[in-house]
Design a protein around this ligand. Structure first.
Ligand code: SF4
Length: 257
C-alpha cells in the first residue's frame, strides 16, 4: 500500500496501549519498516496484516537474490530505526480496529525474539513470524510463542550458505513441536527443482505434521508468471501446497506493499 494511502487510514483505538510494566520489559529493536497491507504469501494469504520488518539476519545467502537486502546488508542499517516496544505499538494502534494479523518479518526477526516478547503477549489477533528456521524462541521461558504461526522458510543449497549454518534440525523439530500451527515455505526456482527435492524431504521429516508450501522465486510479475506454473506442477506431484506471491500481482514491486 502506498504511504500516502496508509496515512489516511485512521480509526478509533480499540486495544489498550501497553502498560508501563509491559513497556519496561521491552528494549530497542532495529525496525526497517512498519506498514499495513495484505499478506501476499503462505497460509494466511489475502489476510489484512500489519507488517513489522526488523533489521539483521544471521545468514547471507550469497547465491540468492535476497528479497530484502535493505533489511540484511550492513550499509542499509544506517536507515533502520531503533525503536522501543511502546513506539512500535503506537504505530499499530491506528489499524487495530481493523483486526489485522501481525506479520513479523526480516531479515531474521527471531534474532530479536526476547525483545519482541511484549508484543507477542499483547497482540490480540493472529501472529505470523517469517523465519529461516535456524533460531527458535525458548518456548519454556516464553510459552506465549506457542500460539504463533511460524512460516519456516529454510534455505537450501542454492542459497550458497554452508549446510551447518542454514539447516538446524533441532530448531525445526522444536518449532514444529511447540508451535503446531506453523508451516514450511520453500522458495523454488524451476532451474534446480530436481536437485532441491531431496533437500526438502530431508528437512520436513523433522516436523512431518506441518503443511509444506512451495512458492516460486520471482521479484516481479513476469518472473512469477514464468516460474509459477512449473513450481505448481512440482507441488502437485509431491502432494505439497502452492503459494503465490499475491503482492507482486496486485501492487508495483516496491517496498511497503
Ligand atoms: S535468510 Fe532470507 S533474509 Fe536472510 S540473507 Fe538469506 S534470503 Fe536474505
Amino acid at each position: 500500500m502506498e504511504p500516502e494511502k496508509r496515512e489516511k487510514i485512521t480509526g478509533k483505538m480499540t486495544i489498550d496501549p501497553l502498560s508501563p510494566e509491559e513497556v519496561e520489559r521491552g528494549e530497542k529493536i532495529p525496525v526497517v519498516e512498519i506498514f499495513y497491507s495484505l499478506q501476499g504469501e503462505g497460509m494466511r494469504i489475502g489476510t489484512p496484516s500489519l507488517f513489522l520488518r526488523t533489521g539483521g539476519c544471521n545468514l547471507r545467502c550469497p547465491n540468492l537474490p535476497c528479497d530484502t537486502p535493505y533489511a540484511v546488508l550492513p550499509p542499509y542499517s544506517l536507515h533502520w530505526e531503533e525503536m522501543e516496544i511502546a513506539q512500535i505499538w503506537q504505530k499499530f494502534t491506528p489499524y487495530l480496529h481493523l483486526s489485522p494479523d501481525l506479520v513479523i518479518t526480516g531479515g531474521e526477526p527471531l534474532l530479536h525474539w526476547q525483545k519482541l516478547s511484549p508484543i507477542i503477549q499483547k497482540y490480540p489477533y493472529p501472529i505470523t513470524i517469517e523465519t529461516n528456521g535456524t533460531i527458535s524462541p525458548n518456548f519454556r521461558e516464553a510459552p506465549f510463542y506457542k500460539r504463533v504461526i511460524f512460516a519456516i522458510s529454510p534455505k537450501l543449497s542454492n542459497s550458497g550458505e554452508r549446510k551447518q549454518k542454514r539447516f538446524k534440525p533441532e530448531i525445526i523439530r522444536k518449532i514444529g513441536k511447540f508451535a503446531p500451527n506453523s508451516f514450511f515455505k520453500f522458495v523454488l526456482s524451476p532451474a534446480n527443482l530436481s536437485q532441491l527435492e531431496g533437500e526438502i524431504e530431508e528437512i520436513v521429516q523433522f516436523a512431518p505434521h506441518l503443511p509444506i508450501y512451495c512458492m516460486p522465486q520471482g521479484e516481479n510479475r513476469e518472473e512469477l508468471e514464468k516460474n509459477g506454473g512449473i513450481v505448481a506442477q512440482f507441488a502437485l506431484s509431491k502432494g505439497y501446497r502452492y503459494s503465490d506471491r499475491l503482492h507482486l500481482r496486485l501492487f508495483p514491486p516496491v517496498r511497503g506493499v
